[in-house]
Ligand binder design. Structure first.
Ligand SMILES: Nc1ncnc2c1ncn2[C@@H]1O[C@H](COP(=O)(O)OP(=O)(O)OP(=O)(O)O)[C@@H](O)[C@H]1O
Length: 261
């Protein structure tokens, strides 16, 4: 077990929406530069966990701290600084982005916010868009006029602009076509490695997780039931829920061929 202090720590987190709890005692530790995946069946609570970790949903029980500061109960004066250091990109890519602002304005806003929060950024809109495979001609487009995949990529570029300590990605590239995805993933991966940005990626896309993360956690029945490098977890699943995920990708178990394709 590493002795590096945790950047994000979730302790006995319970959360839901008024009915039976979706999360029922999740413990999770992320250390600086970790690249971790979150997998599990549809509806198991991956997005809920991402929301709780990012401070968007308050747990009913337990707590989450980011750099020792309670997430979601951050005093107002620290909120901007935490927001710059801990970024979430939601599934639809639109949350928190004004559809009437242009891509350039959106990126400038992100750089401005990051600067105010004391982050050092290169304030290079073209380079920031390049990381997610968007050509510079997109700068004049209104965010609301973009396709789903383009919007997702702007949302990621905007989050990365702040050079956060930790980026939470919830199904980040679902709307991006498969041909483009590998290139975008490679560029994101190079940037997060170079800048030491930690990642937590919730996704059904095992190929994406294989490329972006070193470990995965499997979420089932409200808790993290097993963890390890993705290929090991798929090759030798310890729980029925994990076996189900592995069975959906039989080649991955037999030598990870599907992941290499
Ligand atoms: N705003 C909400 N109000 C009520 N129930 C919700 C809400 N959001 C999610 N849920 C329910 O909570 C459970 C977990 O949903 P969540 O979106 O976290 O799962 P998920 O693992 O991310 O699913 P998927 O893989 O399909 O995106 C589901 O049963 C869902 O219907």
């Amino acid at each position: 077990m590493s002795s590096t202090p945790a950047v994000l720590q979730a302790t006995d987190v319970w959360a839901g929406y008024g009915g039976p709890p979706v999360l029922a005692g999740v413990d999770l530790t992320l250390r600086p530069g970790d690249a971790v995946g979150l997998v599990g069946r549809s509806g198991v609570g991956k997005s809920t966990l991402v929301e709780v970790l990012g401070g968007g949903l308050r747990p009913g029980r337990g707590h989450v701290t980011f750099a020792g500061i309670p997430v979601g109960r951050t005093p107002m004066r620290h909120r901007k600084a935490v927001r710059a250091r801990l970024r979430t990109v939601h599934q639809n890519g639109l949350a928190g982005i004004d559809p009437d602002r242009s891509v350039e304005q959106t990126m400038n806003d992100a750089f401005g916010e990051a600067r105010k929060a004391g982050r050092s950024t290169n304030h290079d809109v073209e380079a920031a868009l390049g990381v997610v495979g968007l050509p510079v001609r997109f700068v004049t487009r209104r965010v609301g006029s973009l396709s789903g995949g383009e919007r997702q990529r702007v949302a990621i570029a905007r989050a990365l602009a702040a050079r956060p300590d930790l980026l939470l990605l919830d199904e980040p590239l679902t709307a991006v076509d498969a041909g483009m995805r590998d290139e975008v993933v490679a560029d994101i991966r190079a940037l997060v490695h170079a800048e030491g940005i930690g990642l937590l990626v919730a996704s059904h896309d095992l190929r994406l997780l294989d490329r972006l993360t070193t470990h995965v956690h499997v979420l089932a029945d409200g808790t993290l039931i097993e963890s390890g490098p993705l290929r090991d977890v798929l090759r030798d699943p310890q729980h029925a829920h994990t076996r189900e995920l592995a069975d959906a990708l039989p080649d991955a178990v037999a030598g990870s061929r599907a992941l290499d394709a």
